[in-house]
Design a binder for this molecule. Structure first.
Ligand code: SF4
Ligand code: SF4
Length: 142
């Protein structure tokens, strides 16, 4: 079984403590655009568990799942979308979201999560609308 790690320990400043409520992943963890920089390591490491949930659309409209392409296919412009089910249908939740029995939420791909997740730091960017809904951010909100 895949190791499940703490949801945000790589992005939370040391003076903050993520309460792992999962609110941010539930609200923004799906329906997001992806980047080639995410796909390259997933393809090289054969992360089919992740790639099967990625939609890749080529110029002209041809659409594939990430698990059906190779690194070389990314030499042309593509549109990347997170996440789809194994039949290619858009998901309205993140397939890697896991709520444990203790009520806390864990990311099942913590060490390989996409940049949209690792780069999401509302406490640094003053997104007050969001921060006020984050129980951890609220601790430092004015
Ligand atoms: S909303 Fe805040 S406390 Fe909840 S998981 Fe996201 S960062 Fe952590
Ligand atoms: S990949 Fe992980 S961090 Fe990103 S939305 Fe899903 S559960 Fe949250």
């Amino acid at each position: 079984m895949e190791v499940i790690l703490w949801l945000t320990d790589t992005i939370m400043p040391s003076d903050q403590e993520c309460l792992q409520c999962g609110r941010c992943c539930e609200k923004w963890g799906w329906g997001q655009k992806g980047v080639i920089e995410d796909l390259i390591p997933w393809l090289k490491e054969r992360r089919l568990d992740i790639l099967q949930h990625v939609s890749v659309t080529f110029l002209g409209g041809k659409r594939c799942r990430g698990s059906d392409i190779a690194v070389e296919d990314l030499s042309v412009p593509v549109r990347i979308d997170y996440w789809v089910d194994t039949d290619g249908r858009k998901l309205t939740c993140c397939p890697f979201f896991y709520r444990a029995e203790d009520g806390k939420v864990y990311c099942k791909i913590h060490t390989a999560k996409p940049k949209i997740c690792t780069g999401f730091t509302p406490w640094n960017e003053g997104i007050r609308d969001y921060a006020l809904n984050c129980p951890a951010c609220r601790n430092s909100a004015p």
